[in-house]
Design a protein around this ligand. Structure first.
Ligand code: F6P
Length: 499
């Protein structure tokens, strides 16, 4: 048995779970003591299998696992990505510029500020039409070529903040190595007015390099070799590989090995967003995340949004053996949010070996899935309401629409509010007229995350909330959330098959 599962806090929770009578919660509604606010967001956790004792015991587990100590280590730049001996400092990318954050004794802030300035200059030039294509035409289409963290983040945020785009440029994202993806995208573009961003932390990823070569060939066939300098930029940590590919180092925006791919949207990887909403809008996006960083760092654990969300996840995953977590945003601009979270959460916490190299004897990361409401309601909610598997849900509700039209928003919010209640209240057999098919068991747990309005700042806070939730869970599970060796075997075997 592991240190964790034999620990007092874990054992106390096991006993508590065995004695927990969920029926005592039937009829319980809004519980003010299970609602929290931070960084402009509100978490309503009224509808969960918890009482005051549960919260106390979960917080004991958090203290026992030294969340406070690990949090400090992360923000300080300690090499907590132990398997790769790297610091984990995506938070530095959104820190106040006056901060001093050290990696191996060196303040990383001047580098961050330098790249941010180059990015802003470049974005302004493209947006103002000063940066032109080889035939002196303004850029109209931006094609980001990347995969995983070099795609999901920039795509999700660029889509989510569409109401804040103040340019006529169109944004496209190509990730899949299936040629259909690039071919269909290029059909929508004119080489004379297209800018390609080749986004790859390592610049070795086969999907990205293959797509980039196809894009390059397409451009060169139409405009000649010289045009590459005006139509290709790169975002990477690997300068040599970028220049080998034929992209001038002057057209490259760097970041650092202490930024994980799935945590990189705050770095130069966020360039598509900066082009879309401008450097000031991007600064607000960072500021929103910083507000959540501050909340996470200074708020006591008992009132700390990411900590509470993480503990609820652990409660269900480890003590009720529930493997799945749904994330259901009621805002169509968040269409890609759940997909983005899948990488953030599952690549981070999908681990079976602890920090000491031992195979764990407890469950770790949950399976994340979701779709925006109300589409999901007409697809998989049947199982969530009446299936045999209980799936805790996060409902994300934005309270102001960017597109007021007749009753759309009222209907959307009514549905978003009704679903958590329907799941929790259920409908008894008696209420269902003794028809077992129409009975709803109820007491199905969910959280509501209230977002007043989707904007750069609230989106930044929302993403950072989930980042820290994932981190807190990794600390409780004593695993490293920042490597991803699990993606390698398949890659190696595919390479061997190619040969
Ligand atoms: O799939 C593994 C992975 O390394 C992810 O962690 C990463 O986001 C993605 O591939 C892309 O990597 P890169 O940015 O180096 O091309």
């Amino acid at each position: 048995m592991s240190v964790l599962t034999t620990s007092p806090a874990w054992q106390a929770l096991l006993t508590h779970q065995q004695q927990f009578d969920r029926e005592t919660l039937r009829g319980v509604k809004e519980r003010k003591e299970l609602q929290w606010q931070g960084a402009g967001l509100k978490l309503d956790a009224s509808r969960h299998w918890v009482n005051a004792d549960t919260v106390k015991l979960l917080l004991n587990l958090a203290s026992q696992q030294d969340i406070v100590g690990w949090r400090k280590k992360m923000f300080d730049g300690t090499a907590i990505n132990s398997t790769e001996d790297r610091a984990v400092l995506h938070t530095a990318l959104r820190a106040e510029e006056s901060a001093a954050i050290h990696v191996d004794g060196r303040n990383v802030m001047p580098d961050i500020i330098g790249v941010k300035k180059r990015l802003a200059d470049f974005a302004d030039k493209v947006r103002d039409g000063v940066w032109q294509g080889a035939t002196r035409q303004q850029i109209k289409s931006v094609v980001n070529i990347g995969i995983g963290g070099s795609d999901l983040g920039p795509k999700m945020v660029t889509e989510a903040l569409k109401p804040f785009h103040d340019t006529d440029m169109e944004f496209h994202f190509v990730s899949n190595v299936d040629s259909t993806h690039i071919v269909e995208t290029l059909k929508k573009c004119d080489p004379e007015t297209t800018l390609f961003i080749i986004a790859s932390k390592t610049f070795t990823t086969i999907e990205t390099l293959t797509n980039a070569k196809t894009a390059r060939k397409w451009l060169v066939e139409k405009l000649g070799e010289k045009a590459v300098a005006k139509h290709f930029v790169a975002v990477s940590t690997a300068t040599e590989k970028v220049t080998e590919f034929g992209i001038d180092a002057n057209n490259m925006f760097g970041f650092w090995d202490w930024v994980g791919g799935r945590y990189s949207v705050w770095s130069a990887i966020g360039l598509p967003l900066m082009l879309a909403i401008g450097p000031d809008g991007f600064a607000q996006f960072l500021a929103g995340a910083r507000a959540m960083d501050d909340h996470f760092q200074i708020t006591p654990l008992a009132d700390n949004l990411p900590v509470i969300m993480a503990l609820l996840g652990v409660w269900y995953r480890n003590f009720w053996n529930l493997p799945v977590q749904a994330v259901l945003p009621y805002d169509h601009y968040l269409e890609s949010f759940s997909r983005y979270l899948q990488q953030l959460d599952m690549e981070s916490n999908g681990k079976r070996v602890d920090r000491q190299g031992h195979v764990v004897d407890y469950e770790t990361g949950a399976i994340i899935f979701g779709e925006p409401g109300t589409n999901g309601q007409h697809a998989f909610y049947q199982l969530i309401h009446q299936g045999t598997t209980v799936i805790p849900c996060d409902f994300i509700i934005t309270h102001k629409t960017h597109n007021p039209r007749s009753d759309h928003h009222k209907i959307l919010v009514a549905n978003a509010s009704a679903q958590p209640d329907a799941l929790w209240q259920g409908r008894s057999l008696e209420q269902a007229g003794n028809n077992p098919y129409k009975e709803f068991p109820g007491l199905r747990p969910s959280s509501i995350i209230h977002v007043p309005e989707l904007n750069p700042s609230s989106l930044g806070a929302l993403i950072a909330l989930y980042e820290h939730k994932v981190f807190v869970q990794s600390v409780i599970w004593n695993i490293n959330a920042f490597d991803q060796f699990g993606v390698e075997l398949g890659k190696e075997m595919a390479t061997a098959m190619m040969k």
